[in-house]
Design a protein around this ligand. Structure first.
Ligand SMILES: [Cu+2]
Length: 476
């Protein structure tokens, strides 16, 4: 009998509360059940029952992934996923995690916020020895807490390589008011120099911002039927705090990383600051139909590769180093100048800024038409950029304006429409989505059914990167 069938048979026998299996269950109004937990773009970690223990197999390893089509990244994660797969348990479960280290250096798993014995905490040195490459360690604990938790490596630089995953502890008694939808998003930030696939873990400036390992517009929208009550669980592991804002709705914060917040303490909000190492559950009634953006409101976190009209934060031409030695990474110069091509890319707070000549912020001199990728190209007539062939855009304002250029709108052919969750979005929608952004789509039942019918066909991501990849994720 398959693991899944065994699992459901045991569930039926035990009369236990329903929780998420490998597939999301359809939403339904319910009493006393925990609904399926949905993590867009992230898998769940399967388990099997062994002598009353819920047994998981967690593997730390290098993971090749993409934040957007064509933007390849070598991060560190678990079981082929960055962030790692979601672990779901029920209050009172006896949990065993057989952990295997397939990384080339030692690591361990820290169970963030868990009330477990010291030896199970995952703090190397204090509670256990490091798990050496090729070795295993077995974590065992009984979980009596409830709420939104996570696991991560307790080694700082490994955290910045992506090593985190959800642990959801479902309560025996469902929280009231019950929700119809239960989503989760992990917030991460990355410093990825142009032409590199390995994050620079020393950097203090971040050019890639992800939700569940994807940057907008490749984040998969959360689909909600009008009238449903929605929970979204947010977890942050990075160097910055993220003020997460939801359009068109007011929500309440119903839980922190420590558990449920008493209802008397709920207050209306539409932005919640999710600090580093924190979790926040937000809940709201989806009263209004719409494609509501959910995003970090830090302006620099609303971009991909920090591309604005100011120009990519990149050297043109050659590959840059992903970090030099520790002194340089901490901002100490031992030789040369801070902006030298050799040192700049790896120095302290910064991804490596281009030399002045590469960062043209000039006003509109030499013509009213310019290239969005090459701000120094100025033409008096419409046409194509002689450097990249892109159609030139006209500026409304011909006279020089301080600060120009900053932002730009580009018409987009929505190459992400193959995803059922994007079905029915307004033409050009993907031009609005960058960085730490996704959508809560509150839809009427008809559109909901259409999207679910498309999902049932399990469409595959197209093999080729979209033609306009240059804008969202390409190298400058
Ligand atoms: Cu942010």
């Amino acid at each position: 009998m398959s693991q899944r069938r065994t699992f459901f048979r045991r569930l039926a026998q035990a009369g236990a509360a329903f929780w998420a299996g490998a597939e999301a269950a359809p939403a339904q109004h319910h009493t006393g059940h925990n609904v399926a937990f949905e993590t867009p773009d992230l898998p769940k970690l399967p388990h099997k029952m062994v002598d009353g223990w819920k047994e998981f197999h967690l593997i730390a390893e290098v993971v090749e992934t993409e934040f957007l089509p064509g933007r390849k990244v070598h991060a560190w994660g678990y079981n082929g996923s960055v962030p790692g797969p979601t672990i779901e348990v029920n209050q009172g479960d006896k949990v065993r995690v057989i952990f295997e280290n397939k990384l080339p250096e030692m690591t361990a798993v820290h169970w963030h916020g868990f009330e477990v014995p010291m030896e199970m905490d995952g703090s190397v040195g204090l509670g256990q020895d490091p798990v050496e490459p090729g070795s295993k360690f077995v974590y065992e604990f009984t979980l009596n807490q409830t709420g939104t938790f996570f696991y991560h490596s307790h080694f700082a630089m490994q955290e910045m390589m992506g090593m985190i995953g959800f642990v959801i502890m479902h309560p025996k008694q469902t929280f009231a008011p019950a929700v119809d939808r239960d989503f989760g998003l992990i917030l991460q930030e990355w410093a990825l120099l142009p032409n590199n696939t390995v994050p620079n873990t020393l950097s203090m400036e971040f050019n890639w911002l992800t939700l569940n390992g994807k940057a907008g517009p490749d984040t998969t929208p959360m689909i909600v039927k009008q009238g449903e009550r929605v929970r979204i669980r947010l977890v942050n592991l990075g160097m910055d705090h993220h003020p997460i804002h939801l359009h068109g709705n007011q929500f309440v914060v119903t839980a922190t990383e420590g558990g449920r917040v008493p209802q008397a303490a709920w207050c209306p909000q539409n932005t919640v600051l999710v600090g580093v190492a924190q979790a926040r559950d937000i809940e709201f009634e989806a009263k209004y139909t719409g494609d509501w953006m959910l995003h970090c409101h830090l302006p620099h976190h609303m971009m991909n590769q920090m591309v604005s009209m100011v120009g990519p934060m990149a050297h043109s031409g050659h590959a840059a180093q992903t970090g030099a030695g520790m002194p340089e990474g901490m901002g100490m110069i031992r030789q040369g100048g801070a902006l030298s091509p050799e040192l700049g890319p790896s120095l302290g707070r910064g991804l490596g800024l281009a030399a002045d000549a590469d960062r043209s912020t000039s006003n509109a001199v030499g013509g009213a038409y310019s290239c969005v990728h090459h701000p120094d190209v100025r033409m008096s007539e419409p046409g194509k950029c002689p450097r990249c062939g892109m159609a030139l855009v006209k500026h409304g304002e011909h006279k020089p304006a301080p600060g120009f250029p900053q932002d730009m709108w580009m018409v987009d052919d929505d190459p992400y429409n193959w995803k059922p969750e994007n079905h029915g979005l307004r033409k050009g929608w993907s031009g609005a989505m960058m960085g730490m952004m996704t959508l809560v789509r509150v839809v009427k039942p008809e559109l909901y059914d259409q999207i679910m019918a498309l999902k049932a066909k399990q469409p595959k991501r197209p093999a080729t990167a979209p033609a306009h990849e240059h804008k969202h994720g390409g190298q400058a």
